[in-house]
Design a protein around this ligand. Structure first.
Ligand code: SF4
Length: 244
């Protein structure tokens, strides 16, 4: 089976709500979010001029299927779940078969996605039934192209993924990495109206680091994020701050 596996975090207590899990990282992404911290994971072997000028990158060595399965067998009595993240995991052609395989080993599966491949997501939700979905909401609709690093974004694809996830019957969260250049305070209200009544919504703060674009962003203060969360809770009662 083909899965572009380039990273393994052996234990996480934070990524899969309520579960002790590991996280696997798949390479490649169809977005180029300027604040992305995973440049080594998402760039192809031939980055664009803009990407190359933002600094060097070195993809970590791939992890073999055998290594992963050996690890998972050893941890079967310790770990409850596997978080699949990226990059954008839905780009991996055999992701559904991997989810089935992880389930057959007794693991729960959490899937992260940017929601830009609703057809692939629909197949995964329908046939392979991950146990938890976390979808990024990059920005309010009017600023999505900038926040996702795409010249033009087809917002209907994001909306379709939101709809599919909400109707799937699978536990889910939406989440946003926040920074002043990415969302204004007014944008948080727009996002709240967009996702009104969602099961759970998390605001995460941008942490300064080397980014894909070479740009640096301005995090909101804790007080500002609390104010944004208060506005959001009028529309999405289960709004939380994460890691702040
Ligand atoms: S969706 Fe954006 S933040 Fe996530 S891996 Fe792709 S480029 Fe990076």
């Amino acid at each position: 089976m083909v899965m572009n596996l380039y990273g393994l975090q052996k234990t996480t207590l934070l990524d899969f709500p309520g579960r002790v899990a590991c996280t696997i990282f798949l390479s490649g992404c169809n977005f180029r979010c300027p604040f992305c911290q995973n440049r080594d994971l998402i760039l192809t072997d031939r980055p664009t001029d803009m990407e190359a000028s933002a600094g060097s990158f070195s993809r970590p060595p791939a992890i073999s299927e055998e290594t992963l399965i050996r690890f998972l067998k050893k941890r079967q009595n310790i770990l409850e779940g596997i978080c699949i993240t990226g990059g954008e995991p839905t780009l991996s052609p055999d992701l559904g078969e991997w989810i089935d395989r992880f389930h057959s080993m007794g693991y729960l599966v959490k899937l992260d996605t940017n929601g830009y491949r609703p057809d692939a997501l629909n197949r995964l939700l329908d046939r392979h039934r991950p146990d938890y979905i976390a979808m990024d909401i990059k920005a309010a609709p009017s600023r999505y192209a900038y926040a996702s690093g795409t010249a033009q974004v087809d917002i209907s694809r994001i909306e379709e993924s939101i709809r599919l996830i909400r109707q799937s019957g699978i536990s889910y969260e939406f989440r946003t990495t926040t920074a002043k250049e990415l969302q204004s305070m007014e944008d948080f209200r727009s996002i709240g109206e967009w996702l009104s009544g969602a099961q759970a919504y998390y605001l995460q703060s941008y942490q300064d680091c080397e980014t894909l674009s070479g740009l640096h962003f301005t995090p909101y203060t804790e007080a500002e994020l609390n104010a944004a969360a208060a506005v959001l809770r009028e529309l999405i009662p289960n709004t939380f701050l994460r890691g702040i």
